[in-house]
Write a protein that binds this ligand. Structure first.
Ligand code: ATP
Ligand code: MG
Length: 353
C-alpha cells in the first residue's frame, strides 16, 4: 500500500500508511485498540474506500476493483459462519458461487478439512462446534478459495488462552505448508512476535516501525513501540545525563551508566533522556551493593519466570529473578543490569549511546 489515508468525517484515522508485503510473507499489523488496524484490512479488501493513496497487488492498482474481484479472503474475528449450513456447506459455499464442479468442490473441501483436522466434523452445524473448531472452519473457508492474499482480523481473540496458544502454532504451521501471503491484525504482542515474518506497529493511524520480531523487540524505534511490545512492559526512566556522560540522574536516583557500558557515554552528556530497561535485563544480585538497590514490593510467580516489582527511590521497576534467589517482600536487594542492555530515547525516539 502506498501513502494510504482514511478519514471518517473530520477524523483522520490513517495517516499516509505505506508498507509492502512480499509474496508468501506473514505480515502482522500490531497496535492498540482503535489505532486503525481493521480499517487497513478493510481498505485492502475493498470494503472501504481510501481518502488518499493507492493499493497495489502484483504490480496492479486495485483501487477500482470491487471486493469480490480482488482475490482476497477475509477471516473475521467473529468467524461469520453460516449457522444453518453444515461445516461441509460452509466450506463449499464460495466454490459453489464460483460455479465449481461437484468433483472439484468435494476434493477441495476434503483437502482443507484434512489439513485443519476437521474431517470428522463436516456433517455438523456451527452451533455444534467448540470455539477452536469454528475457528478452523473459518480458516478452511478461506483456504478452499486459494486466494492471493489472506486477511485475518484478530482471529484468535475469542479463544481461551490455551486454545489461542495451540491455534497460534497451527497458524504458523499452516502458513509454512501453504506458503500463503497473510496480513494479520492483532493487538496481542505475543501473537505478533511468534507469528510475524514482518511486524508493522501502528499507533493512532501512523506507522511507528516496520521490522522483524527481533528488531521490534530489541530495537524499538520509539517509546510508543517500546511501551507496547514486551511483557512486562519495559522499565522507562526519565532523567538527565551528567556532564561527564557517566551518571544518569532520575527522580532521586544516580545510576552509573559507565559501569553498564564499561565506558563513559560522552555523546549523551547533558542530554535529557528516557532510559529503557527490560525486566529480563534487570536481575537481583547477591552483592549487598547492586547497580541499584530496591525494595521488593511484590513477587509475581509465573512458574517459569518470576517478576519482582520493586520500589527504588521514587521509581517503580520490574526485574526478573531466577528460581535460585530467595525473595522476601519488604526486603531491600541489589540489582544489576545485563551489560550494554539499556535503551536510550531522546524526544521519544531511539538513539544510540
Ligand atoms: N465506519 C466508521 N465511521 C466512523 N469512524 C470509524 C468507522 N470505522 C472505524 N472508525 C474509527 O476509526 C478508528 C480505527 O478503527 P479500527 O476499527 O480500524 O481500529 P482497530 O485498530 O481495528 O481497533 P480494535 O483493536 O479495537 O479492533 C476508531 O477510532 C474507530 O472509532
Ligand atoms: Mg479491529
Amino acid at each position: 500500500m502506498r501513502r494510504l489515508s482514511k478519514q471518517f468525517g473530520a477524523n483522520q484515522i490513517l495517516n499516509s500508511v505505506s508498507f509492502e508485503v512480499a509474496d508468501g510473507e506473514f505480515c502482522i499489523l500490531l497496535g492498540p485498540s482503535g489505532c486503525g488496524k481493521s480499517t487497513v484490512l478493510r481498505l485492502i479488501a475493498g470494503l472501504e474506500q481510501p481518502t488518499g493513496g493507492s493499493i497495489v497487488i502484483d504490480g496492479r492498482p486495485v483501487d477500482h476493483l470491487a471486493p469480490r474481484d480482488r482475490d482476497i479472503a477475509f477471516v473475521f474475528q467473529s468467524y461469520a459462519l453460516y449457522p444453518h449450513m453444515t461445516v461441509f456447506e460452509n466450506l463449499a459455499f464460495s466454490l459453489r458461487l464460483r460455479g465449481a464442479s461437484t468433483v472439484e468442490i468435494e476434493s477441495k473441501v476434503r483437502d482443507a478439512a484434512r489439513l485443519l483436522e476437521i474431517d470428522a466434523l463436516l456433517g455438523r452445524r456451527p452451533q455444534e462446534l467448540s470455539g477452536g473448531q469454528r475457528q478452523r472452519v473459518a480458516l478452511g473457508r478461506a483456504i478452499v478459495r486459494q486466494p492471493k492474499i489472506f486477511l485475518f482480523d484478530e482471529p484468535l481473540s475469542n479463544l481461551d488462552a490455551a486454545l489461542r496458544a495451540t491455534m497460534r502454532l497451527e497458524l504458523a504451521r499452516l502458513h509454512r505448508r501453504l506458503g500463503a501471503t497473510i496480513v494479520y491484525v492483532t493487538h496481542d504482542q505475543a501473537e505478533a512476535l511468534t507469528l510475524g515474518d514482518k511486524i508493522i506497529v501502528l499507533h493512532q493511524g501512523t506507522i511507528q516501525q516496520i521490522g522483524s520480531a527481533s528488531e521490534i523487540y530489541h530495537k524499538p524505534a520509539n517509546i510508543s513501540v517500546a511501551r507496547f511490545v514486551g511483557s512486562p512492559q519495559m522499565n522507562l526512566l526519565e532523567g538527565r545525563m551528567d556532564e561527564n556522560g557517566k551518571f544518569f540522574q532520575s527522580k532521586g536516583l544516580r545510576l552509573d551508566l559507565s559501569a553498564v557500558f564499561e565506558r563513559p557515554l560522552p555523546r549523551l552528556a547533558g542530554h535529557v533522556l528516557t532510559l529503557g530497561i527490560r525486566a529480563e535485563d534487570l536481575h537481583p544480585t547477591s552483592d549487598q551493593q547492586g547497580w541499584l538497590n530496591g525494595e521488593v514490593e511484590l513477587v509475581e510467580d509465573l512458574g517459569s519466570d518470576r517478576f519482582v516489582h520493586l520500589k527504588c527511590a521514587d521509581l517503580d521497576l520490574v526485574a526478573r529473578a531466577g528460581r535460585e534467589v530467595a525473595l522476601h517482600q519488604g526486603e531491600t536487594l541489589g540489582f544489576k543490569v545485563t551489560p550494554n542492555q539499556i535503551h536510550f530515547f531522546e524526544d521519544g525516539r531511539h538513539i544510540e549511546p
